[in-house]
Design a protein around this ligand. Structure first.
Ligand code: SF4
Length: 223
C-alpha cells in the first residue's frame, strides 16, 4: 500500500474554526475535481508506505506540539485505504483533521473512525464551474457523529439559490458554515467587505450558524 505525498510541512491553519493553530500538513497528490480556481500544486510527489510516512513525521516532528495533523490535498480521501493504515500509527500523538472536497462519501466511511475533525468543502458551481451539491449532501450524511464544519468559498458570482442550498445543508446536518471569500492573485479578497457583509446577512437570515473567515494565512504570509 502506497500513496504519493506532495509535501509535508509545519504551519498555521489559516481557514475555518481552528484558524491560528499549529498543524502538520500532509498534502496528498491527485484530486477527483478540477475547480476553476484551484491553485494547488499537487502533481509532483514522493511515494510513501503508511509505515514510512509515520516514521518520517515521528522522527522529524514533535507531534505532541501540534493541534493536529491536517490531511489535505488534492483530495486525501483518494488515499482512504492508505489512511486507514497510516492514521493508527500516529493518532495517539495528536488529533487528525481531514480537509476534503466532500464528494467521496464511500471513501469517508473507510477512515471516519480515525478522524477527529472534518473540514468539508461545499463547492459552489458559480465559483468552481461544477455542481456537486448532491455529492455534498451524501457526504455530510456520512459525517454523522464526527465533528464537522463546512467551508464555502464564494466570489461575486454567488447566487441566491446557492445561498439557500447552503443554508438548507447547514440546517439539515446541524453544522457550522464558514463563508470564505475567494482570494485574488494579489492575496487580497476578490470581493469587497460590503459584499461579504451582504452575503453573510443573506445566509444568516435563513440559517444563523455561519461565520465569515477569510484565509488568514495569506495575511500573515505563511503557507
Ligand atoms: S477540490 Fe481542491 S484540490 Fe481539488 S481541484 Fe478543487 S480546489 Fe483543487
Amino acid at each position: 500500500m502506497e500513496a504519493k505525498i506532495n509535501e509535508i510541512f509545519s504551519s498555521i491553519q489559516g481557514e475555518g474554526p481552528v484558524v491560528g493553530y499549529k498543524q502538520l500538513f500532509i498534502r496528498f497528490c491527485g484530486c477527483n475535481l478540477n475547480c476553476d480556481y484551484c491553485d494547488t500544486e499537487f502533481l509532483q510527489g514522493q511515494i510513501y508506505t503508511p509505515q514510512s510516512l509515520a516514521e518520517k513525521i515521528i522522527s522529524e516532528y514533535n507531534l505532541e506540539t501540534f493541534h493536529s495533523i491536517s490531511l489535505t490535498g488534492g483530495e486525501p480521501l483518494l488515499s482512504a485505504e492508505f489512511l486507514a493504515e497510516f492514521i493508527p500509527l500516529v493518532a495517539s500523538k495528536t488529533k487528525i483533521y481531514l480537509e476534503t472536497n466532500a464528494t467521496l462519501s464511500d471513501k469517508l466511511l473507510i477512515v471516519k473512525k480515525y478522524i477527529d475533525i472534518i473540514a468539508a468543502d461545499i463547492k459552489l458551481a458559480s465559483a468552481t464551474g461544477k455542481n456537486t451539491f448532491a455529492q455534498h449532501r451524501k457526504f455530510l450524511e456520512n459525517c454523522d457523529g464526527t465533528e464537522t464544519f463546512a467551508k464555502i468559498v464564494f466570489d461575486e458570482n454567488i447566487t441566491q439559490e446557492e445561498i439557500s442550498q447552503c443554508a438548507s445543508l447547514g440546517k439539515e446536518f446541524g453544522i457550522e458554515l464558514i463563508l470564505q471569500p475567494k482570494m485574488g492573485i494579489d492575496n487580497k479578497m476578490s470581493v469587497s467587505s460590503e459584499f461579504c457583509n451582504q452575503i453573510l446577512d443573506k445566509l444568516t437570515d435563513i440559517y444563523p450558524n455561519v461565520r465569515l473567515i477569510p484565509q488568514v494565512h495569506k495575511f500573515i504570509d505563511v503557507r
